[in-house]
Write a protein that binds this ligand. Structure first.
Ligand code: PAF
Length: 277
């Protein structure tokens, strides 16, 4: 496995890989089993797997969140080495953003709700980094976790906007034993917060049963109230939307597939999760 830090060296490597099918897994590092499952799928489905590790400053709307974001490059590289990855791209900020120019993308409704509403500028930051990484790596397929459900919808739209022929592959959420969706931020939870955090996914799972004989509105209220009963948890939003346009659904038979997306604050940490109904 090669560790590459500059765009020039990466492109130099790729010169010799003409005709190979490239799979790409962009990450912000502090890798966990969720990332590894994307990487394993990528290794299985492509000739070459490239993983990037880049904590993208432009997608953090909160400077403390950026400062506290966990990092451990040495451990990440050791893990990737064992996972069959061919190239790891770990660029410094200047390689990705050589100047101060900002790019603006327009995702309409997709960026106006949920994460877009509570984290202004977040998706524009994600779009800037992902579009740059896609242009550098030129993958055939790119892998993203379903935990960031709205991000996935944004990225699918991004490749349409940019007319890039990249298959965006959604990968299942990987959970801890107690159901908590794996996230690099979980390590920031204090003991009590970590215990409480399992209530988020448990409530989402239970809400599937609740929804069988309650309306969308009743289900939404039930989820918010149930999670908020725990003094360590505070729901920021819980929305039930369709799985492509992310339009709010009013009745269960409005759309064939609906997804409940939640964001919860516990202490200084913000966790997201979702469930298909
Ligand atoms: O999901 C993430 O880890 C990040 O948002 C991504 C896609 C790597 C862009 O920085």
């Amino acid at each position: 496995m090669k560790v590459i830090k500059s765009v020039d060296s990466l492109q130099n490597e790729l010169k010799y890989k003409v005709g190979f099918v490239i799979g790409f897994v962009p990450t912000m590092g502090y890798l966990h089993q969720g990332h590894i499952s994307l990487i394993e799928q990528c290794v299985h489905e492509n000739d070459i797997t490239i993983v990037s590790i880049f904590v993208n400053p432009k997608q953090f709307n909160d400077s403390d969140d950026l400062k506290n974001y966990p990092r451990n490059i040495r451990k990440d590289v050791a893990l990737l080495e064992k996972s069959g990855v061919d190239l790891v791209f770990i660029p410094p900020v200047k390689e990705i953003y050589p100047d101060s120019e900002e790019e603006y993308f327009s995702f309409g409704h997709l960026e106006e709700i949920m994460e877009g509403k509570y984290r202004p500028g977040h998706f524009n930051g994600v779009a800037q980094v992902v579009s740059r990484l896609f242009k550098i790596v030129k993958p055939s397929k790119a892998y993203f976790g379903l935990k960031d459900f709205q991000q996935l919808a944004i990225i699918k739209k991004l490749v349409q906007i940019l007319d890039m022929h990249i298959d965006i592959i959604p990968c299942p959420i990987v959970r801890e034993k107690d159901g908590l969706a794996m996230s690099s931020r979980n390590v920031l939870l204090k003991n009590e917060e970590r215990k409480s955090a399992s209530r988020i996914s448990q409530t989402l799972f239970e809400s599937r049963n609740f929804a069988k004989n309650h309306s969308v509105e009743e289900t939404k209220n039930w989820v918010v109230n149930t999670v908020n009963k725990d003094p360590n948890l505070e729901v920021e939003y819980f929305e039930i939307v369709d799985d492509t346009e992310l339009l709010q659904i009013q009745n269960w038979d409005d759309k064939t597939q609906s997804v409940g997306c939640i964001a919860v604050k516990t202490g200084n940490v913000r966790l997201i999760d979702n469930i298909l109904f």
